[in-house]
Design a protein around this ligand. Structure first.
Ligand code: PLP
Length: 353
């Protein structure tokens, strides 16, 4: 299917790198197509703008929505590249499968990403740490209220130039274990990147913020015992000389950054284990001093060191609230590969130029 292109005749002014923030500024174009009668139709790039939707649209009533998040990076030689986009494409189709939304042809999806980035190439910023964040999303759009699986859907990709996550260097964050709300349960939608998971997480996030913590650390929804992930990031710990990250049990989002960190560390000979990790074990490791480092990992922040951990009203300080050697190393290596400063030996880079 050929992608039709309608260019804007009113390009917007660019915003300076220090005023970008995250997800507030959008590029000149967007990709969209509709699913109807079992087929995707009219894939096109059009000027960025509002959507007009039927008030009964499925997405508003029954939460049939999934999304992805990846970035286009500007190299020093001026070229632009993506990081493991095929992983996001595959994950989107896994999410679609869970939510009974239509699959998207992988080749068409990749072409849509490439075409949008090429057309809005001037929107890929070049200041250190900045990038063009790409947000594919897909939702059910049937114009009636009956509860049913989706027959009509809409798929879009929008693009937002984003500022450096760390303007003053990598600052450790404080996080709080959430003991009341849960994010997901096995058999539910935890492994799918769907909007509803976020809607359900806002209350705990707000509570954490009010107590002075930037994010929550989720426990499993069944036994309320095992560590799952942090806010919108996966989580890793160095306990003694073992690197531990919660195993993908179905309620955890399988992050591309998580997968990449595991690969990098294993390649370098670290003892990395994906396993169950209880809050009790973590607490014990804090008390004994065995917990050396803790960090979150995700596309937005790459890695985010955890400096304070609050569990049952006890606050533990990790690595003197400083970024640890493993966290720093992962940050340097991943960002090095993403921005093209370090050679990619694993086929992770997808050049757009
Ligand atoms: C997107 C996301 C992550 C991180 O995934 P990446 O592919 O590394 O960006 C982690 N947890 C949740 C809940 C997410 O939505």
């Amino acid at each position: 299917m050929a992608i039709r292109i309608v260019k804007t005749d009113a390009p917007k002014e660019k915003v300076s790198a220090d005023k970008l923030g995250f997800g507030k500024v959008f590029s000149d174009h967007m990709f969209m197509m509709e699913y109807e009668a079992g087929q995707w139709k009219d894939p096109r790039i059009v000027p960025f703008g509002n959507l007009s939707l039927h008030p009964a649209s499925t997405v508003f009533h029954y939460g049939a929505e999934i999304f992805e998040g990846l970035k286009a990076y500007r190299r020093a030689d001026g070229g632009v590249q993506l990081f493991r986009p095929e992983e996001n494409i595959r994950r989107m189709n896994n999410s679609a499968d869970r939510m009974c939304l239509p699959q998207i042809d992988e080749k068409l999806f990749m072409e849509a990403l490439e075409t949008l980035v090429r057309i809005d190439e001037s929107w890929v910023p070049s200041a250190p740490g900045t990038s063009l964040y790409l947000r594919p999303f897909l939702f059910g759009n049937d114009p009636f209220l009956g509860v049913h699986t989706v027959q009509t859907a809409e798929f879009l990709i929008i693009a937002s130039p984003v500022g450096s996550y760390y303007k003053e260097g990598l600052q450790p964050v404080s996080i709080m274990i959430e003991t009341e709300d849960v994010r997901a349960v096995r058999g539910g939608t935890g492994y799918a990147k769907c909007g509803g998971n976020y809607g359900a997480s806002f209350r705990a996030g707000k509570k954490a913020e009010e107590k002075g913590y930037s994010q929550v650390l989720w426990l499993d929804g069944v036994e309320r015992k095992y560590i799952e992930e942090v806010g919108a990031m996966n989580v890793m710990f160095q306990i003694g000389d073992e690197i531990v990250t919660p195993a993908l049990t179905g309620s955890i989002l399988p992050g591309v950054t998580r997968k990449s960190c595991i690969q990098l560390l294993k390649d370098e000979g670290y003892n990395v284990n994906e396993r169950l990790l209880s809050a009790e074990e973590l607490k014990e490791a804090c008390r004994s001093g065995a917990l050396k480092e803790a960090w979150g990992c995700g596309t937005a922040a790459v890695v985010s060191p955890i400096g304070h951990l609050m569990m049952d009203d006890e606050v533990f300080t990790i690595n003197s609230n400083e970024i640890g050697a493993v966290t720093q190393h992962l940050y340097d290596t991943l960002t090095g590969i993403q921005w093209g400063r370090i050679a990619d030996t694993r086929g992770w880079i997808h050049k757009i130029d």
